[in-house]
Write a protein that binds this ligand. Structure first.
Ligand SMILES: O=C(O)[C@H](O)[C@@H](O)[C@H](O)[C@H](O)COP(=O)(O)O
Length: 236
């Protein structure tokens, strides 16, 4: 595992964008699961600087690690955030974009998206394999939409599950541990002081750290990185 610490959120986004640019350049095609949240938003703005990053978007295939069960034009939609801050600025072919359809009935959509992943991605032991899964982590230690109160969803035998946000009760469709841990590479983008105690607990494996879903991310190929700002890394 690698931990990278940068002074600001913007610097986290810049350094990760440069890292991603290189990964894509070295690949024939690149299948990546995106995340919602505040840090990816800065990343998307960064990647939209087409004079700074030279990415061949034709070979990039986009998926999502989780989605809120709302229509794609809703302010809470992770797809909408990606569309507004990235997709409208870069030439990703429409056919390369595989969004989770938040407007569908959640359990029907979890099944549909799981089948889509089986169809679109190469597989290993019948589990779809991403080139990269980007994840955020919430202040409660959740990742994708697997929250501590539903941590058992991590071990699901399905590619995707329906999750429930603990405070709002909002339904979400999320990838499960078997897909996340089969990805060739997993990257956490985590910023802000509110995350510092969970970052410390997970990275230093303090007592009880496995109650946090983010602690269960252990890709079988071993390629895991954390990109942190100084605030999130302040207690390391
Ligand atoms: O759709 C979502 O809400 C997510 O994908 C979620 O897992 C997010 O990445 C974390 O909650 C961190 O979000 P922030 O970066 O906004 O703290």
């Amino acid at each position: 595992m690698k931990v990278h610490v940068y002074d600001t959120k913007t610097s986290v986004a810049r350094n990760f964008a440069a890292y991603l640019e290189k990964k894509i350049r070295e690949s024939e095609e690149y299948h990546i699961a995106l995340s919602g949240g505040s840090t990816p938003r800065i990343l998307f703005e960064e990647l939209s600087s087409t004079d700074r990053y030279k990415i061949n978007w034709e070979k990039v295939y986009l998926y999502w690690g989780d989605e809120r069960c709302v229509p794609p034009e809703d302010e809470q939609s992770n797809y909408k955030m990606t569309r507004d801050y990235l997709l409208r600025n870069v030439p990703v072919p429409e056919g390369n974009i595989h969004r989770i359809m938040g407007e569908n009935e959640p359990s029907v959509e979890a099944l549909r998206y799981g089948i889509l992943l089986d169809r679109e991605l190469p597989s290993d032991s019948e589990i779809p394999v991403f080139d990269m899964v980007i994840l955020g982590m919430g202040e409660d230690g959740h990742t994708a939409s697997i929250f501590p109160h539903e941590i058992q969803l991590w071990d699901s035998e399905q590619n995707c599950e329906v999750a429930t946000h603990p405070e709002s009760g909002q339904k979400r469709v999320t990838l499960t541990g078997r897909v996340i841990n089969r990805s060739k590479e997993v990257v956490f983008l985590v910023t802000g002081a509110g995350k510092a105690d969970k970052v410390q607990s997970i990275l230093q494996k303090t007592a009880g750290y496995r109650q946090y879903p983010a602690a269960l991310v252990e890709p079988v190929g071993g390629k895991l990185s954390w990109f942190l700002d100084e605030e999130a890394a302040s207690t390391l």
